[in-house]
Design a protein around this ligand. Structure first.
Ligand code: CU
Length: 389
């Protein structure tokens, strides 16, 4: 008994200490979660506002009904208890009671269903969008393709900041910033007050695109196309997550939507288009080893380190690249094929979406980093040659 109460006390102390540090470290994130948040996220779209209204309206109606029904019930039980000599009344087939208990709930249900249906239909109306963006779920990141509207043709991948992932893996979150596990390299950027249609799909498993402040949540299913929409009414940063439950890694593919003024958005589009043009490397270009290694290091940090670790040692089923026979092999095709096609049903994902130069760079990097001092240099042209095979 004593030992149990001791254990309990120490458990409470640890919990207390944990809550204590957590409260110090974590702050509200505007557009994202808040500390001790009880209500839904502050709405930034009409739809989200209406969802709030529905949520509260129904909660209040249900609470009023609950209190009324239970008050009558408990009062009756107490008032007509047996010790007072109460005799139960006997009334069968009272038409009045039956009509009342059918008609009243019917009216209440209609009162709740009408506004709910109106919002539901509005949520589904993705017509006349100013901008259409395809959001593709990958294990474990989002791909955004600007399909129509201003910015058409832009496409990029949005990945969790690797320092946040490292923090999560280490379990030491005392320094966690307010945007912990919500910081990405490339946020989705959209203009304010414009209707944005989001088309969702996925490349491997089911994902779900959710941004609470916009009141949107849509499954992203491989081989299917679904859509949703929002019109953000306030400039700012808004955060969401992949809301699919199956598999812990969905927690590491956050969504960050940056809402800009019309002018800032146009500026962003112009900048992106310039960058994209610069990135369109000539796959025929012949690279020097040093430049390739520098580029490969970046590609590795952004795409591979989450699984294979910065040390190249991997972990568990994730094979080490440091010392791997495939990486060391003088036949470059072996590793290039691993990257283009993936292995083991995607447990090592395919990277065909990376550019030829990026793949050549990361292959070169793994072949010359850690203890892998092969001196081998892989050129983009080799990737081009391997793509069709
Ligand atoms: Cu996911």
């Amino acid at each position: 008994m004593k030992s149990i109460s001791n254990k309990l006390a120490s458990l409470l102390l640890t919990a207390g200490a944990w809550v204590g540090t957590a409260v110090h470290a974590v702050q509200d994130l505007p557009g994202g979660p808040a500390v001790n948040q009880l209500n839904l996220h502050p709405p930034v779209t009409k739809i989200a506002e209406e969802q709030h209204f529905l949520h509260w309206m129904m909660l209040i109606i249900c609470t009023v009904i609950f209190i009324a029904v239970f008050a009558v019930m408990f009062y009756s039980i107490w008032k007509h208890r047996k010790s007072k000599g109460a005799k139960s009344a006997n009334f069968h087939e009272s038409v009045t009671v039956e009509v009342v208990w059918t008609v009243v709930p019917f009216i209440i249900v209609i009162l709740m269903a009408l506004p709910a249906t109106k919002v539901l239909v509005a949520q589904k109306d993705t017509t006349n969008a100013d901008l259409t963006i395809k959001a593709t779920g990958y294990q474990w990141k989002w791909g955004y393709d600007y399909i129509t509207g201003e910015g058409e043709g832009l496409a990029f991948i949005s990945t969790l900041d690797s320092s946040h992932r490292a923090m999560s893996d280490s379990g030491n979150v005392s320094e966690a910033p307010a945007n912990y596990l919500l910081k990405v390299d490339n946020p989705m950027v959209v203009p304010v007050n414009k209707k944005v249609r989001i088309i969702t799909t996925a490349n491997d498993v089911i994902h779900a695109f959710m941004v609470p402040a916009f009141g949107i949540k849509q499954d992203a299913i491989p081989g299917f196309v679904r859509d949703t929409w929002f019109r953000a009414e306030k400039i700012g940063d808004y955060y969401g997550q992949c809301a699919e439950l199956c598999g812990k890694e969905h927690a590491y593919m956050p969504i960050h939507v940056k809402v800009l003024s019309a002018e800032d958005y146009s500026q962003w589009v112009a900048d992106q288009q310039k960058k994209a043009a610069a990135k369109l490397d000539d796959p025929a270009k012949v690279w020097a080893l040093d430049d390739m290694l520098k580029r490969g290091e970046k590609v590795y940090a952004a795409n591979c380190a989450a699984c294979h670790q910065a040390s190249g040692k991997g972990a568990g089923a994730i094979k080490a690249l440091d010392g791997s026979a495939i990486v060391l092999d003088a036949d470059h095709a072996k590793q290039i094929q691993v990257l283009l096609k993936g292995v083991n049903n995607g447990s090592m994902p395919a990277w065909a979406q990376l550019s030829d130069t990026d793949i050549a760079a990361v292959v070169t990097y793994t072949k010359n980093n850690w203890s892998n001092k092969t001196g081998q240099l892989v050129q983009p042209a080799e990737i081009v040659a391997q793509r069709g095979k």
